[in-house]
Unconditional design. Structure first.
Length: 196
């Protein structure tokens, strides 16, 4: 999709022309996605909430200079990714497992399942989150943007200012590492790893 086909173009123009309530519409539209990216990158829901607020403040301040060379959403995800990476560089503390953030995107449990199945699904989700958190930052953000947020390879390349081949390579390595981490966890626990 080109910037001429940007579904947010009219809203962005309204904001640039001084329509402050229009910005609230953009925040409502994208806050869950920005929060989801931040929560998965940082591993802490509280920090993710603060970072998401900071992202929208940055976006509001910089929107006057936004020229529309890329989709608004692509630009927003770039700001979000960069903010997460900068925050992690500053923090460098021990990463904690997500406390339930993103269950909808990573949920694999059926509510009608029996308690044993629900427990296994919860363990799988926790192992998946741990495995994602253990990825190097450059692989984690690509995996989150593709497999959780559903961005195309081109949108990820634009958002992170990377070559398309680099995006594909990082995503491939990230998926292999996540899969290996989950297999290791479940084989160490005495479970069958061939389910994965």
């Amino acid at each position: 999709m080109t910037s001429a086909q940007d579904p947010d173009k009219e809203l962005v123009q309204r904001i640039q022309n001084g329509d402050r309530p229009a910005f609230n519409q953009l925040v409502l539209k994208y806050r869950n996605r920005v929060m989801g990216i931040a929560a998965r990158m940082l591993g802490d829901r509280g920090e993710a909430e603060e970072l998401a607020q900071d992202v929208f403040v940055k976006v509001y301040r910089a929107l006057g200079d936004f020229q529309g060379a890329a989709l608004f959403s692509t630009w927003l995800f770039r700001v979000t990714a960069n903010s997460c990476l900068n925050h992690r560089r500053k923090r460098r503390a021990e990463v904690r497992i997500l406390d339930g953030a993103g269950d909808a995107a990573l949920a694999v449990a059926d509510p009608s399942s029996n308690p044993h199945q629900l427990l296994e699904q919860k363990e799988l989700r926790i192992a998946l989150e741990k495995s994602i958190q253990s990825l190097p930052e450059e692989q984690r953000i690509v995996l989150i943007l593709r497999d959780v947020e559903g961005l195309s390879y081109e949108e990820i390349a634009d958002s992170l200012e990377l070559e398309l081949g680099t995006v594909r390579s990082r995503l491939h390595r990230a998926r292999l590492q996540v899969q290996a981490g989950i297999r290791e966890k479940f084989s160490l626990d005495g479970r069958r790893s061939d389910r994965l």
